[in-house]
Design a protein around this ligand. Structure first.
Ligand code: SF4
Length: 467
C-alpha cells in the first residue's frame, strides 16, 4: 500500500462504499454530536418518514447555542427570557427522550459548548469520524479525528443511517515552523494562517497542521487552531495524535479505560501520516515572525497585526463594504480604536487556559469605564475549575460579568448581543455582519488581546500588559 496521510487513513477506515464518477462515497460516522438548534427539522423529517434513530449510542446531545448564560434563567429562578430559546430547549429534551439519546440537559453539571465538552469527556478520540450540525466541528480534528460540520438534512441522514454521503476532499498541508513570539497565541497563529490562505483558500480540502510549532502546542491550543480551519473554507482541520493527545485523553470519563486504553493508544500511534505521504498542496508559515493579530473587517481573513493599520485597497469593493460596515478608514491604526464590548468565550477560546491567560492581565486592574466585558466559560466543568482557582473573582473584581457556560455572544441566539454600531473585541471565530447582533462590529482576537482591550477601553497591544 502506498504512503498515506493521516486523513487518508481515517477516510479509508470509514469508507463503506467508495465514490464513483456519479455518486459520492458513503462514510460511516463514529460519533454524532447534536444540539438544540440544528436538530428540530431533522427529527421532524425522521417522524415524517417513520424512521428511528439508528445508533442512539453513537449520538450525544448537549444544549449550548440558545441557552441562557444568566444564572437565574438557567436554574429556573426566573423564566427563560427568549421564548424561541425556551421552545428549542423543550423540543430537544423531548426529541432526545423519545429517541433514547443521551442528553446533557440545561442544568447538567457537565453541560457546555458541544465542541468543548466532546474533548473534555473523552468522546473525541483519534481516528474517529465526528459530525455535528455546527461548522466549528473542525475543532475535534485537533485529536486526529476527521470532524466536520453538516447541514440539517445531513443531520437527519446521520440520525437515520449513521452514515453520510461525501465527496472525498483534497489534502492541504500547513507546515508551521518557528517558536511563537512573546504575546503571540494559537489564536494569532490561526488568524495569520487564514490571512495567508484566504477565506476560500482551503475550499474542498482537509487541512493537516504539521511542523515543530504545531507539535509544541497544548491540546487547548491545537483545538483553537483546528476550530477556525473552517474560516479558510476548508472542510476540516487535523493534527496527528501524539503523546500530548494521549496525555489529555487519559482517564477522561468516556475515553477507553484499562486494557482498552492500551489497545486504543497502540491503534492511535499508527494514525500519523506515513513518511513520503503526499499532499495535494503544501503551504509553509514562519510563526517566529508573527505578532498579536486582530481582524478589522467582516470575515476572519481580514486581519492585521494589532500594531498595524487598516489596509488600503483602492478599487476593492468587498474591502470598501467591509470597512463601511465596520466604520473604519483605510490607513487608520487599529491601536486606540475605542471599544464598547469585550467577549471572552466560544468554542474557540473559552477553555480554562484561555480564562487563565485573560485573568493574568486583569489581576489587580479594572475594566475601563463604559466597557462591558462578558466572560462565558466553555462548559460548566471549566466554570467550576475556574472558580476553584478564584478566576471568577479576578474577573468580577475587575468589573467583568461572570456567566454560565454556552455559545452566548459568539452568535447572540440567547439574547447576549452587542448593540448596533458598537465595537466588540471577541475571542470567538466569526466577524460576519450581524453575527453578534444587528449592526454589531466584531473584532476577532486572542483572550489576552481581548483582556487588554477591556482594560484600556480601546484596542491595545497585550504585550504592554504582560509582565
Ligand atoms: S461557540 Fe459559536 S462557533 Fe462554537 S458551537 Fe457555539 S455558536 Fe458554534
Amino acid at each position: 500500500m502506498s504512503a498515506r496521510t493521516l486523513f487518508e487513513k481515517v477516510w479509508q477506515a470509514h469508507e463503506v462504499v467508495a465514490a464513483t464518477a456519479d455518486t459520492p462515497a458513503v462514510l460511516y460516522v463514529d460519533l454524532h454530536l447534536t444540539h438544540e438548534v440544528t436538530t428540530p427539522q431533522a427529527f421532524t423529517l425522521l417522524r415524517e418518514r417513520a424512521l428511528r434513530v439508528r445508533r442512539p449510542d453513537r449520538t450525544f446531545a448537549t444544549m449550548d447555542h440558545s441557552t441562557p448564560t444568566d444564572r437565574a434563567q438557567l436554574f429556573g429562578a426566573v423564566p427563560i427570557r427568549m421564548e424561541s430559546a425556551a421552545r428549542q430547549i423543550r423540543a430537544f429534551e423531548q426529541n432526545c427522550a423519545d429517541s433514547g439519546i443521551e442528553l446533557f440537559g440545561l442544568r447538567h453539571e457537565r453541560r457546555g459548548i458541544v465542541h468543548i465538552i466532546g474533548p473534555e469527556l473523552g468522546l473525541t478520540q483519534p481516528g474517529r469520524t465526528i459530525v455535528c450540525g455546527d461548522s466549528h466541528t473542525s475543532t475535534h480534528g485537533a485529536f486526529g479525528a476527521l470532524a466536520f460540520g453538516i447541514g440539517t438534512t445531513e443531520v437527519a441522514h446521520v440520525l437515520a443511517t449513521q452514515c453520510l454521503l461525501q465527496r472525498k476532499p483534497r489534502t492541504l498541508a500547513v507546515e508551521v515552523a518557528g517558536a511563537l513570539p512573546f504575546g503571540v497565541t494559537a489564536k494569532d497563529l490561526v488568524l495569520a494562517i487564514i490571512h495567508e490562505l484566504g477565506v476560500a483558500g482551503g475550499t474542498g480540502s482537509v487541512v493537516e497542521y504539521r511542523g515543530a510549532t504545531i507539535r509544541a502546542l497544548s491540546m487547548d491550543e491545537r483545538m483553537t487552531v483546528c476550530n477556525m480551519t473552517i474560516e479558510a473554507g476548508a472542510r476540516a482541520g487535523m493534527i496527528a495524535p501524539d503523546e500530548t493527545t494521549f496525555e489529555f485523553l487519559k482517564d477522561r470519563p468516556r475515553a477507553p479505560q484499562g486494557a482498552d486504553w492500551e489497545r486504543a493508544v497502540e491503534t492511535w500511534r499508527a494514525l500519523p501520516g506515513d513518511p513520503g505521504a503526499r499532499f495535494d498542496r503544501t503551504v509553509a508559515l514562519d510563526a517566529a515572525r508573527l505578532a498579536p493579530m486582530i481582524t478589522y473587517g467582516t470575515n476572519p481573513g481580514m486581519s492585521v497585526a494589532v500594531t498595524g493599520r487598516v489596509p488600503e485597497r483602492p478599487g476593492d469593493e468587498v474591502h470598501a463594504r467591509a470597512l463601511a460596515y465596520m466604520g473604519l478608514e483605510p490607513g487608520q491604526p487599529l491601536l486606540g480604536q475605542a471599544v464598547q464590548d469585550v467577549f471572552l468565550g466560544s468554542c474557540t477560546n473559552a477553555r480554562l487556559s484561555d480564562l487563565r491567560a485573560a485573568a493574568g492581565l486583569l489581576r489587580g486592574r479594572r475594566v475601563a469605564k463604559g466597557v462591558r466585558f462578558l466572560v462565558v466559560p466553555g462548559s460548566q466543568s471549566i466554570k467550576r475549575e475556574a472558580e476553584a482557582e478564584g478566576l471568577d473573582r479576578v474577573f468580577t473584581q475587575a468589573g467583568a460579568e461572570w456567566r454560565e457556560s454556552g455559545c452566548s455572544m459568539c452568535l447572540g441566539m440567547n439574547g447576549d448581543t452587542v448593540a448596533k454600531g458598537a465595537y466588540c473585541v471577541s475571542t470567538s471565530n466569526r466577524n460576519f455582519e450581524g453575527r453578534q447582533g444587528s449592526g454589531a462590529r466584531t473584532l476577532l482576537a486572542s483572550p489576552i488581546t481581548a483582556a487588554a482591550a477591556a482594560i484600556a477601553g480601546r484596542i491595545a497591544d497585550p504585550r504592554e500588559f504582560l509582565s
